[in-house]
Design a protein around this ligand. Structure first.
Ligand code: ADP
Ligand code: ZN
Length: 522
């Protein structure tokens, strides 16, 4: 029986999708959902998540509901499945009445195998009523990080998904995402009531990508210099605003590059043409806002430049992940300045308090990343809850040109002690204040000024100590409290270290000076 099923999956894989083999965890994931188990899939972009729900949908009775946040993405997948001869349809606000009726009819008569639904359509009463009558096999929640306000792409409608699924019956759920920090992962599971789900997490290490951060000084000149070194290769330049996208695309064309702009404000026809030109290699470079990229599958993108600082490490990882999908060279260059961070903070000014606070924390992680001397790869993987054990990845600026190291045993000890002796309930700034002996009302109100370690680090600057605490975190002497954002706790490794301190080397952070002329034209 098991063998038969295995053959069935393999033959469907070949027959419908034309592939000979499953990739990574695909087969185990598919079997898991087919066994009616809640399934949580965390896989980097391009690894093949869609197949994990498309294939099981084809071999079970009834139809699978796929919840997906982007109409364009939905349409791509439906078109592709239809081309493979699979009856897939979508339900969203772009359908006419007649189309809507056809989808409803085919849902009820059982001919549709996959029904893609936008979350805001899912929550409409009339849709719930007719979906109740359908024979649903399971529900796939794609881009599941949208559930979490701690993700980079929060969609409030995602919060109601579980409630609605509950109305349709006791259905197994497969949730999928390409980025989930441990915090976001927990959020997703809680929200979908699937704490007991089987989790399939693939490594996020993209070994062929080279990560680099440069101080943004004369940004346009720096960009052109970089592009001259990569002339004729395909690449993406991300900018923060639509205006900047247009300006930089023009600048590049004037300087002899074949570049096209892409942002959500362009006419759909123009947008589509520019995207096609890039895919067909009529232009080498797309200058884009983050609207560009989701669902784009060009294997030989050789570089991704962030002209402006991105809003979160999750977004950054996602965007850089579009380079080197074929496993060959992929350069990821970010221009960084304090000025950009300040600008982004200003954008958040009018948001509701909680949202603003979340955005601030995400942005802070971003600047830690840029300023840190630690291997970029180690940092990125750490951010996604994965340990990278090598000391030198040889594929990032911090590894290729390492900063001078210093013996940090005593410093790290003090950092870990500070967390321990304050009860593992405080964040970076407070720990640094205690270590440096800063007298403020928080320190006093908790009586932390009477601790024996208070002020023991008063000879070094606040920035120095912040760097020490962050490196203690990356080297896992400290860990983040998953339930309380910003709170640092002592890890098992950290306790061991306190009992038996050993030599450990840290480096000083990069220093980015404010130059004031980062936008100077070339
Ligand atoms: P993700 O959603 O994880 O970003 P996709 O589902 O879009 O990734 O898949 C990325 C690419 O890999 C697609 O072109 C897809 O057709 C291809 N793919 C998926 N599974 C396989 C497989 N088993 N063998 C070969 N190609 C695959
Ligand atoms: Zn490295």
């Amino acid at each position: 029986m098991v063998i038969e099923e295995k053959d069935l999956l393999k033959s469907k894989l070949k027959e419908v999708f034309g592939y000979n083999q499953f990739r990574g965890n695909q087969e185990a994931i598919i079997n898991n959902i087919l066994n009616g188990r809640n399934t949580f899939v965390i896989m980097p972009t391009g690894a093949g998540k869609s197949l994990c729900y498309q294939l099981p949908a084809l071999v079970t009775d009834g139809l699978a509901i796929v919840i997906s946040p982007l109409i364009a993405l939905m349409k791509n997948q439906v078109d592709q499945l239809n081309a493979f001869g699979v009856n897939a349809q979508f339900l969203n606000s772009t359908l006419t009445k007649a189309e809507m009726n056809r989808v409803k009819k085919e849902t009820l008569d059982g001919s549709i195998k996959l029904l893609y639904v936008a979350p805001e359509s899912l929550t409409k009463e009339e849709n719930i009523d007719f979906l109740k009558k359908a024979n649903v096999s399971f529900v796939a929640v794609d881009e599941a990080h949208c559930i979490s306000e701690w993700g980079h792409d929060f969609r409030p409608e995602y919060r109601r998904i579980k409630e609605i699924i509950g109305l349709l019956g006791n259905l197994p759920i497969i949730a999928l995402t390409a980025t989930a920090t441990p915090k976001v992962q927990l959020d997703i599971q809680k929200n979908l009531h699937m704490e007991g789900a089987d989790v399939f997490k693939s490594s996020f290490n993209r070994t062929n990508l080279f990560y680099e951060v440069r101080q943004k000084k004369h940004a346009k000149k720096q960009l052109i210099q970089f592009l001259r070194d990569h002339k004729g290769k395909s690449g993406i330049v991300y900018c923060l605003s639509r205006k900047k996208v247009v300006e930089i695309a023009e600048l590049l064309n004037v300087n002899g590059f074949k570049a096209a702009p892409y942002h959500a404000g362009l006419e759909p026809a123009v947008r589509e043409k520019n995207q096609d030109d890039f895919l067909n290699e009529d232009v080498d470079i797309v200058v884009a806002t983050i609207a560009f990229g989701m669902g784009i599958d060009k294997p030989d993108v050789r570089f991704v430049v962030h002209y402006d600082v991105p809003k979160s490490l999750e977004g950054y990882y996602q965007e850089t992940g579009r380079s080197g999908r074929d496993g060959l060279e992929g350069k990821c260059l970010m221009f960084y300045s304090h000025n950009d961070i300040n600008k982004l903070e200003k954008f958040n000014k009018d948001k509701p308090v909680q949202e603003r606070e979340n955005a601030r924390v995400l942005l802070q992680e971003m600047s830690f990343y840029a300023e840190s001397p630690v291997c970029r790869r180690k940092q990125l993987l750490h951010y996604f809850g994965e340990e990278f054990t090598f000391d030198n990845c040889e594929m990032c600026d911090n590894c290729v040109v390492p900063k001078d190291k210093y013996e940090a045993k005593e410093y790290a000890k003090l950092a870990v002690e500070a967390a321990l002796k304050t009860g593992e309930r405080f964040g970076l700034n407070h720990l640094v204040d205690v270590i440096r002996g800063v007298e403020n009302q928080y320190v006093k109100s908790y009586d932390h000024h009477i601790l024996d370690i208070y002020g023991n680090g008063n000879e070094e600057s606040g920035d120095f100590w912040k760097s020490v605490v962050r490196q203690s975190l990356i080297y896992e002497l400290l860990e983040k409290d998953i339930d309380n954002i910003g709170v640092l706790k002592v890890s098992a490794k950290g306790r061991e270290f306190l009992n038996n301190p050993y030599s450990i080397s840290f480096a000083k952070d990069h220093e980015y000076t404010d130059t004031g002329d980062e936008e100077e034209s070339s």
